[in-house]
Ligand binder design. Structure first.
Ligand code: FPP
Length: 245
């Protein structure tokens, strides 16, 4: 990573590989999630240090409900504990926490902690951590479309007013810049229904490292690869050259 080059302002991460990390140590999968939380703590801190202003992580997908009941309930317990301890520490470090996804499906206790962590940290400006829980990119798009359709039915907008800007305003993270860099750990090379709308021009980086082992050095490697890419946003390389000249 070259600190004098552009540092991605917004990084999105699919933190994959917790289960395999634990299984390789003959430990229950939940241990992998605990180790994953520790890795997340280190990565948030490192992002703050190198000047990343926003980090969005996939903590629980809409599809994760189908995992064994025991794993789901252990994950919920982990979230509950994390929302007490980690939220306090993140707040002390000036990090704003936001949650994206259909949080209404969680227990009232967890929903209350989510609301509290969000409101407690809302004024923090050093960095933003977006945690995607019960989130799916298609759900996000459908949800936004439904809101716009509702507004059209009420006569607040006309169907022909619907454009990318209006959709973006309704979509999760609509007030943020799109992720510059999307990292997936754990060796799989797919997007798994994460930030479908928001990643239209995002650079992808796939790492075979399992999430609990994803260290600051690994993040720096991802940033270095990002820095070596030319982002064209549909333009030609020559046009980009003229713009930056
Ligand atoms: C994917 O690994 C990981 C998850 C489904 C959970 C990720 C959650 C954390 C890291 C804890 C974060 C906590 C908060 C409060 C933000 P996997 O289980 O699919 O791994 P595998 O592919 O090896 O089975």
């Amino acid at each position: 990573m070259n600190e004098s080059l552009h540092i991605p302002a917004h990084i999105a991460i699919i933190m994959d590989g917790n289960g395999r990390w634990a299984m390789r140590r003959s430990r229950p999968r939940t241990m992998g999630h605990q180790a994953g939380l520790k890795a997340l703590r280190t990565i948030v801190e490192h992002c703050g240090q190198i000047g990343v202003s926003e980090l969005t992580v996939f903590a629980f997908s809409s599809e994760n409900w189908s995992r064994p009941e025991r794993e789901v309930s252990r994950l919920m317990e982990l979230f509950m504990r994390a929302l007490d301890k980690e939220a306090r520490e993140l707040h002390e470090n000036g990090v704003r926490i936001r949650f994206i996804g259909d949080t209404g499906a969680f227990s009232p206790g967890l929903q209350e902690k989510i609301t509290r962590a969000t409101s407690q940290t809302t004024g923090n400006t050093r960095m933003t951590l977006n945690v995607a829980v019960n989130y799916g990119g298609r759900w996000d798009i459908v949800h936004a479309a439904r809101k716009l359709a509702g507004a059209a039915v009420q006569g607040l907008i006309k169907p022909e007013d619907i454009n990318e800007k209006l959709m973006t305003e309704q979509i999760c993270l609509g007030t943020s810049s799109d992720p510059d860099l999307f990292i997936r750990t754990g060796g799989e090379m797919r997007i798994s229904n994460f930030l479908l709308w928001q990643s239209a021009y995002t650079e992808f980086y796939f790492s075979s490292v399992l999430w609990p082992d994803f260290s600051p050095d690994e993040l720096d490697k991802a940033v270095a690869v990002y820095q070596s890419r030319e982002r064209r946003f549909g333009l030609t390389g020559e046009q980009i050259g003229e713009r930056t000249a």
